[in-house]
Design a binder for this molecule. Structure first.
Ligand code: RB5
Length: 148
């Protein structure tokens, strides 16, 4: 599984923690920045990772801003992206099982490093269960196509 990760300045510190986790787990990932904590615009980083995932250069993405809200809103503007804003382990599992989310967003000013690590590991290790959930995702895909 290839993972693309990025943040803004509000998520920079937590991104570094998650980069360390992905390295420990020997995951195949690319860090799209930023590489220092200076102020940047979260849409630039949200769009970049979302485009990399939507174009299938990467299988999944992880995005972190201060709240996770702005960067998830940006990512969800890209066709084919199902970006889930998650701050608990139950939702991390549920959004993979039910929504087949392809990007995980978190708020670096909301979750601590320990919980964030558990969320990421749960999200990476949970499969989509398909069935009637697939039909619901297909409705979203059809809506995107019809309103592109
Ligand atoms: C940056 O200050 C902050 O607005 C950003 O990280 C994020 O929380 C936006 O949704």
């Amino acid at each position: 599984m290839k993972i693309a990760i990025a943040s803004d300045h509000g998520g920079f510190e937590l991104k570094q923690e998650i980069v360390a986790l992905l390295t420990e787990l020997k995951m195949d990932f690319e860090d799209f920045g930023p590489f220092e904590a200076k102020a940047v615009d979260y849409p630039d980083y949200g769009f970049k990772v979302a485009q990399e995932v939507a174009s299938k250069n990467f299988d999944r993405g992880i995005l972190i801003c201060g709240t996770g809200i702005g960067i998830s809103i940006a990512a969800n503007k890209v066709q084919g992206i199902r970006c889930a804003l998650v701050h608990d382990v139950f939702s991390a599992r549920a959004t993979r099982e039910h929504n087949d989310s392809n990007i995980l967003a978190m708020g670096g000013r909301i979750v601590g490093p320990g919980l964030a690590r558990m969320i990421v590991e749960t999200w990476l290790n949970t499969d989509f269960i398909g069935s009637h959930h697939a039909a619901r995702i297909e409705k979203i895909a059809q809506y995107e196509k019809n309103h592109a």
